[in-house]
Design a protein around this ligand. Structure first.
Ligand code: SF4
Ligand code: SF3
Length: 553
């Protein structure tokens, strides 16, 4: 195996024996094989489009396939085998459609060359052997490999966001077309400039995907609003829901209403508490615990069923006894956990098994009490715009620090707590994603009623932060967001954060601090380009970085 897609990658180079995340070699190889098959589908999808016969019937499958390979999402090999088999069947259909379309147009059989991805055939018995040779290391040149993989890694994040939007009925053809274009490109010999252009295009597609998801979420569930979220527990048994899928949240709340079972969020589902449509449920108690990497102990002490709708799911160790109350759905899978099937067309997922299980469980063990505040999506912040602008003009707010992104278990991430704690009191932190759990319970106070930590929501709600920055630029009559009193100190872990990073670059943001390490998938040559073109810099120490950011560097 060779995997370097997340921030935890071994020695910041690549996991080769077993993932630092716990991913076994067989699973890593099956993920590579799934990507291989998706590339084969993309080859034909792109060719059909060139012939004016674009086929939209595979778009959702491609999103799902890419999403399934994201860090800490699916641990069940059987689900990857099923996806590979379905992908091969779909590829064959696309191949037949292409060959027929080619003949109809040219009056002769297609006699061009096709990459291995488009022609390899084998049954499940052949997968393990084939999977060994189709991964990241198939590309020998390290700069080409770095650019190809940065594109695919960003694509996985884009796919995750586009998939959430698709579930709510929102699609955008240009995003789906780009999936095919980008994957097919990695089977071709392209120039460095062409590959860099595709990576930049991935950034603008990440903006488009986050905008689409923002539209999907806010149209369906209303705009997030300022909310005090309870972090204590009630006396009823509960169901804990984690991940990013709001439709699962919606259906779970509907099905648990009046059942005597309460609902709590964990990790990236915390922002569901900010949506008007969800807040109205009396049995939606609040948020339990912190970010994803605390889940082993927090799922244990929750005592009731836990539903994982997306990443991040951490493998259980021997001492954990909650496997029989662990439920997965969507792209998530875990051997031994119960998988809730996809919703039938026009219907809902069936969460009755969780509800029945919850009724036999004790209520959650209290971890903490009180509230945390959030709900500062673009609509809410723009409603406060006069107050914010006034605070900047009067000097009450000197600088905004965007600290969005992911959390992770490595202790170097204490840096983010230290930065938040030690930033001058006239700064405001803008955040989104699970990175906030490093500082959202610190009581950093407020500036004239504006909390010093403004949480926009999930990682995809980083889009909100971009909208807010662009609005501030407009209000202050500036040429560029880089002229605002605004610094970026981003934490990354998995592939959605890479999509967010590429989105920020495509919006022209320069001077981003990125940590706890620069991505291992950047070759020295590609890292140099990013530094020269965008002034991306690694984090140093909290005091040094605070001083530099306050000096506008
Ligand atoms: Fe390693 Fe991250 Fe890949 Fe897991 S997802 S195998 S930790 S690089
Ligand atoms: Fe977190 Fe996995 Fe990335 Fe959505 S839940 S931000 S790490």
């Amino acid at each position: 195996m060779f995997c370097f897609q997340c921030q935890e990658t071994a020695k910041n180079t690549g996991c080769t024996l077993r993932g630092m995340c716990g991913k076994p070699e067989e699973t890593a190889n099956l993920q590579d094989l799934l990507l291989f098959v998706l590339r084969g589908m993309a080859v034909y999808g792109e060719k059909l489009k060139e012939l004016g016969q674009a086929d939209r019937s595979n778009d959702d499958f491609v999103l799902k396939g890419l999403f399934a390979t994201i860090t800490n999402a699916n641990w069940a090999d059987s689900r990857f085998v099923a996806l590979v088999e379905e992908g091969m069947a779909r590829r064959e259909q696309l191949r037949a459609a292409f060959l027929a379309a080619f003949k109809a147009k040219n009056g002769k059989e297609f006699d061009g060359t096709l990459p291995d991805e488009a022609t390899w055939k084998g049954s499940a018995a052949d997968f393990a052997a084939k999977a060994k040779g189709v991964g990241v290391l198939r590309t020998e040149n390290e700069d080409v490999r770095s650019l190809r993989e940065m594109l695919i890694i960003g694509l996985k994040g884009i796919a995750a966001y586009a998939e959430h939007a698709a579930v709510l009925g929102f699609h955008k053809a240009e995003i789906d077309d780009f999936m095919f274009e980008a994957m097919a490109s990695t089977t071709k010999e392209l120039s460095v400039d062409e590959m860099v252009a595709l990576v930049m295009k991935a950034g603008s597609m990440a903006v488009a995907a986050m905008a689409l998801l923002d539209e999907a979420n806010t149209t369906t569930y209303g705009h997030p609003e300022i909310t005090q979220v309870n972090i204590g527990v009630g006396k009823n048994p509960g169901i804990l829901i984690s991940g990013h899928d709001l439709k699962d949240m919606d259906e779970l709340l509907k099905q648990t209403e009046g059942s005597g079972v309460d609902v709590y969020t964990h990790g990236e589902m915390l922002p569901a508490n900010y949506y008007p449509v969800f807040k109205k449920y009396a049995h939606f108690v609040g948020n339990y615990g912190g970010s994803w990497w605390h889940q082993n102990s927090e799922f244990q002490s929750f005592n009731g069923p836990v539903l994982l709708t997306t990443n991040c799911l951490v493998p259980l160790r021997k001492e954990h006894t909650y496997l029989d109350r662990l439920y997965t759905t969507g792209v998530v899978g875990y051997d031994g956990a119960t998988h809730i099937a996809d919703r039938p067309a026009g219907g809902s997922k069936d969460f009755s098994a969780l509800i029945a299980r919850a009724k036999s469980c004790p209520p959650p063990t209290e971890l903490e009490s009180g509230t945390i505040v959030g709900g500062f999506g673009h609509n809410q912040v723009l409603a406060l715009a006069d107050k914010v602008v006034e605070a900047v003009k009067s000097g009450a707010i000197k600088r905004f620090i965007v600290m969005a992104g992911c959390d992770g278990r490595h202790k170097t991430r204490n840096y983010y707590t230290e930065v938040a704690e030690n930033l001058p009191k006239d700064t405001v932190i803008l955040t989104a994603g699970c990175a906030k759990f490093r500082y959202n319970k610190l009581n950093l106070g407020d500036i004239g009623g504006i909390p010093r930590v403004l949480d926009a929501g999930q990682c995809n709600d980083s889009y909100s932060l971009a909208v807010i920055a662009l609005k501030l630029k407009e209000v202050f009559g500036l040429e560029s967001v880089n002229d605002l009193p605004l610094s970026f100190d981003i934490a990354w872990y998995e592939q959605k954060a890479v999509a967010v990073l590429l989105a920020l670059l495509s919006l022209g943001v320069k001077g981003i601090r990125l940590g706890p390490t620069l991505p291992g998938f950047l070759s020295p040559g590609v890292a140099k380009v990013l530094v020269e073109k965008f002034n991306i810099k690694p984090i140093t120490t909290a005091p040094e970085d605070i001083a530099a950011m306050m000096a506008g560097q």
